[in-house]
Every structure is written in C-alpha cells, then in structure tokens.
Design a protein around this ligand. Structure first.
Ligand SMILES: Cc1cc2nc3c(=O)[nH]c(=O)nc-3n(C[C@H](O)[C@H](O)[C@H](O)COP(=O)(O)OP(=O)(O)OC[C@H]3O[C@@H](n4cnc5c(N)ncnc54)[C@H](O)[C@@H]3O)c2cc1C
Length: 504
C-alpha cells in the first residue's frame, strides 16, 4: 500500500468512530500526525555535488583549480593503458544520468569525475564590452555549495560593472559550463543568452585545447560545442558579449481560467484554448506569446493549474526598463512566497505539506476534494502582484525556491510555437480522459528564441516549452510515471526534450 492509500485509510477509519470513542480516535490521530511528520521533514543538505551521483567508491573525484590541471587529468586518462572515462559536473541540477551514473560505467573501466567548483572567476574587458568566465563560475549563488557566493557569481559581477546578459533561467544556481552545455533558457522570444556567447574554450578528449569563436570562418565546431553535454570535451572558458545593465518591471496575476475577461477577478485575460475574443480585446495564447511586446510580456511564463475546482492561471510578465541617465530605479522585489519573519522558508514548508495533502484532490470522497480545492485556492489567491528589480535578481523568479524543502523533478517538452493551440487542447483532453495525469502541481508554458547551436532544443525554431513538474517530496507515484502521461499523449508532435532535472 502506498503512503497516500495508507493516509486515506487512516482518515477513513477515523471517520468511522463516534465522538465518544476518544481513545480510539486519539490513537489514529497520533498515527496521522506521525505520518505527516515523516513526509514533511526537509531533505538533508548535500555535502558535495559529486556525492549525489551515488557512484562506486572506485571513482576518482577531482577538483582542479587551473586549466592546466584539467588538461593533465584528460591527457593522463587518454594515455592510460586501461580504459578511462572522464566526466565533468557543474552545479548538478541535471538528472544524474546527464552527468554519470553507476550503470554508465563499463566493467574494468576507470572513472575520473571532475567538479569545477574550484575553477571559478570572471574577467571583464570594458574596452571590448566582453566578459570571460571560467566554466565553474555559478551564474548566481548555489546555496548548497560553500564555494559559491553572490559576489563570486557571474551575474552580480556584471551588474556591479554596469553590464547585463540578455536573459537568465528561472533559477541561477547553475554553472556557466552546465547552463551552456544543456541548452538551458529563460522565457522569452525576444532575447537569448546564447546570442551573447561569442567564444568557447574547450579541451577535447585527447587533451588538446580549442579556442572556438562565433566569428571563425568555419564556425561549425563552435556551434557543435556550445550545447554538447560534456561529450565533446570540457569547456573551460566562455566569452560573453555584454549589454548595458537594465531593470525589469512587471506583474504577476492569478485569475480563473474561465470565462474570458479583462478583469482578472472574473476570468482569464488570455484565451489559452481558443482564438481569442476580439470584442473584449483578449488575445489567443499564440498571439500573446508571439507578439509578447504588445502585451508587456517581453519576458514571461504562465502556470496552468488544471485541477478540478481550481482551474487557475498564474501569469508572470515583465519588460525592460531603464532611466535615461543610467541611474538605478527603486526596487520592489517579486515574492514567490509570502515572507514570514523576513524569510520565505516558513511559507515553503507550509506549501510542501499542503502539496502532500493535496493528493487527496484525486480522492473520490467529496469532502476530501473540497478540502483540497480550498487549499489550492488559498495558496493561489486571485489577485495581482507588481514588482521591479535589477535584471539579474528579477528574471530568475524561482531563485528563492528552497530545493531542500520543495524538491522538484522537471521535464520540458519543446514544440514549434505555432503548435501551441493544438497542444493545449490535447492536454485538456488528456486531463478529461485521465484526471490522474494532472498531478498536484502546474503545467508551465513559456517560450524560447531560436538558436544556432546544433543540439539546442530550439535549434533554428522559435519554440513554446511545456514544463512538467513533479514534487519529489510527494509520497505518491514517481516522476517517470507522472511525465509518462504527457510524453505518450504528445509524442506524435515529435517534441524535443530539455532538462529532465531532479534533485536526489
Ligand atoms: C529547481 C530547478 C529549476 C530550474 N529552472 C530552469 C529554468 O528556468 N530554465 C532552464 O533552462 N533550466 C532550468 N533548470 C535546469 C538547469 O538550468 C540545468 O539543469 C543546467 O544545466 C544545470 O547546470 P549545472 O551547472 O547544474 O550542470 P550539471 O547538471 O552539473 O551538468 C549538466 C551537463 O553539462 C555537462 N557539463 C557541466 N559543466 C560542463 C563543462 N564545463 N564542460 C562541458 N560539459 C559540462 C555535464 O557533464 C552534464 O552533462 C532548473 C533546474 C532546477 C533543479
């Protein structure tokens, strides 16, 4: 019996007792309490990223500090008489098998696992307006790595010197090398961090160093190496063309999905399934995403909560803003969770508990269902939040998410943008036919600008990305089982996959 069934069974037994059976009720309540205690304990802090991979102790774990040391490790492995694998790890936000797992290691093969945590640094060249970052530099701060601070992160240093990159992902814990190698991206069709990459320095499997540039006459190696999951060698340095620093200003609205209305208290300001409503001046989802500047959504993402009785949309959107004289604007940060005693942790702990309890939304019992939909509504209240912030703090809107408390697995499906209407309707149909597939989180909808890097999931195609989330603290099901509903339902569209990420 899984944890959800055992919880449901306990609640059902509890309901069979009469009020005067206090002792019996008390013992069941104690059991429920203990059960909830076991599923709401935050996960342990990771000691070292490489330990997460649970590799055999024979794997040699190395933390080189210089490019020469990295080169020597590769050359030694190449010249070794015994077969030797070299793999590299950044901030380990990817699924372990994207890096290395025990089953990937053939028999009688030595393994050297390189962590770049000690290989970090940024050099900014004002004359050329470029920055060269060592590949182990985190974009922001990785809160679970003591070598990483806000101040030694790439984005903070750029902002301090008056510069910016075009975009960031939803979190900025990742390393420069890992972000690039996986083709990660934030939500916009107008900007792409990949367009700022003008040089890549990589050590190939023989130990030879290549300086690859976008300006090379034949730049095919540059385009192949940009997104290569460590398979063409280890990237040691990335050169970025810099823009001027900017601010973002925006809103997040939470509204019902139906009916369509420009008043978010009444209904949805975007027609996510249809062709829009001309009378009310409401765009279709395709129009909203493809003409994002017209809707102040230069950067954006939408969360669709399709649970029966919940049916809400969370629309986060922002645009660039700058003072003409370049001075700073007032900051009014976006709050992913309400702050209690200057911290978002208590709210995240509450959400973690609620998410587990929300499994009862799937229950046929009407009372349980009512409780669950009430809880959804309570932590997703209809309304609007305005915000304004520095580019590097505002764009990664999920950066305060504590992955020890709310660990998530994530599967992202990339489609050509013009398929969005069909896909939304197919998902609606999937949820109707199989309510089990909805889960207790949301479907994320955002875009990515086309990229020239060969293995980028948005290679030469402006894309819409459907992000599926699974709460790893959930006592029910597995990420694979959850994602499988969507992979199966949408596979005829031949989507491209990105970042199946998980926290272990
Ligand atoms: C909670 C959460 C939220 C996220 N949000 C977003 C988001 O909004 N948008 C988004 O796009 N992604 C998002 N991600 C995914 C994340 O951006 C990617 O997993 C990213 O690649 C992680 O970088 P990393 O430094 O952790 O790399 P790792 O996971 O350590 O490595 C990833 C791959 O890159 C290779 N690699 C790493 N460094 C190098 C190098 N120097 N040279 C060659 N190969 C290398 C590794 O071998 C591996 O194959 C999120 C992940 C999590 C857990």
């Amino acid at each position: 019996m899984n944890s959800l069934d055992s919880l449901k069974q306990k609640i059902e037994i509890l309901n069979q007792f009469d009020d005067h059976q206090k002792e019996e009720k008390g013992s069941i309540l104690k059991e429920i309490d203990e059960f909830l205690g076991t599923i709401t304990v935050p996960m342990d802090i990771r000691e070292k990223r490489s330990k997460d991979l649970q590799l055999p102790s024979s794997v040699e774990r190395l933390e080189p500090k210089t490019e020469e040391e990295i080169q020597n490790i590769i050359q030694d492995a190449y010249n070794d008489k015994e077969p030797t694998i070299v793999r590299v790890i950044g901030a380990a936000h990817s699924l372990p098998s994207a890096i290395l797992t025990a089953k990937d290691i053939p028999k009688n093969t030595k393994v050297k696992l390189i962590s770049l945590t000690k290989f970090r640094g940024v050099v900014i060249n004002d004359a050329e307006q470029i920055a060269i970052a060592l590949a182990g530099t985190n974009l922001g701060q990785d809160p679970e790595n003591e070598d990483s601070t806000i101040e030694n992160g790439l984005l903070y240093q750029l902002n301090q010197r008056g510069y910016s990159l075009p975009n960031t992902g939803g979190v900025i814990h990742q390393t420069v090398g890992g972000f690039l190698s996986t083709g990660s991206s934030g939500g916009t069709l107008i900007h792409s961090l990949f367009e700022a990459v003008i040089g890549i320095r990589i050590i190939d499997g023989t130990g030879k160093i290549h300086d690859l540039k976008i300006s090379d006459t034949d730049n095919s190696k540059f385009l192949a190496a940009g997104v290569s999951m460590g398979l063409l060698g280890i990237i040691t340095k990335v050169t970025f063309k810099l823009g001027k620093k900017f601010f973002i200003t925006g809103t997040q609205t939470i509204s019902p999905i139906k009916p369509l209305s420009r008043d978010i208290n009444v209904g949805s300001p975007i027609d996510i399934f249809g062709d829009g409503d001309k009378d009310q001046d409401i765009p279709s989802l395709f129009d909203y995403l493809s003409n994002s500047m017209d809707y102040d959504a230069e950067f954006g993402r939408i969360l669709w909560w399709p649970q029966d009785g919940v049916d809400r949309l969370t629309i986060w959107k922002a645009k660039k803003t700058q003072k003409l004289d370049g001075t700073d604007l007032p900051v009014n940060p976006y709050e992913l969770f309400p702050e209690v005693f200057n911290s978002q942790v208590p709210a995240q702990l509450a959400v973690s508990l609620i998410l587990k309890l929300l499994n009862i939304v799937r229950s046929p019992n009407k009372v349980f269902k009512k409780i669950a939909t009430f809880l959804y509504g309570a932590f997703n209240p209809i309304g609007i939040q305005s915000f304004q912030d520095y580019w590097w703090r505002g764009l990664p809107m999920d950066d305060k998410l504590d992955i020890k408390i709310l660990p998530v697995a994530f599967s992202e499906l990339w489609f050509p943008l013009d398929k969005i209407k069909v896909i939304m309707n197919e998902l609606q149909q999937l949820f109707k036919n199989n309510p089990e597939s909805i889960g207790n989180l949301f479907v994320e909808i955002y875009t990515a600008k086309k990229s020239s890097f060969w293995l980028n999931p948005g290679y030469e195609t402006n894309s819409v990305r459907i992000g599926l989330n699974y709460n790893l603290g959930d006592p029910c099901g597995t990420p694979e089982a959850h994602f499988n509903h969507y992979w199966k339902a949408l596979k005829h569209h031949t989507f491209r996959l990105d970042g199946y990420q998980r926290r272990v």
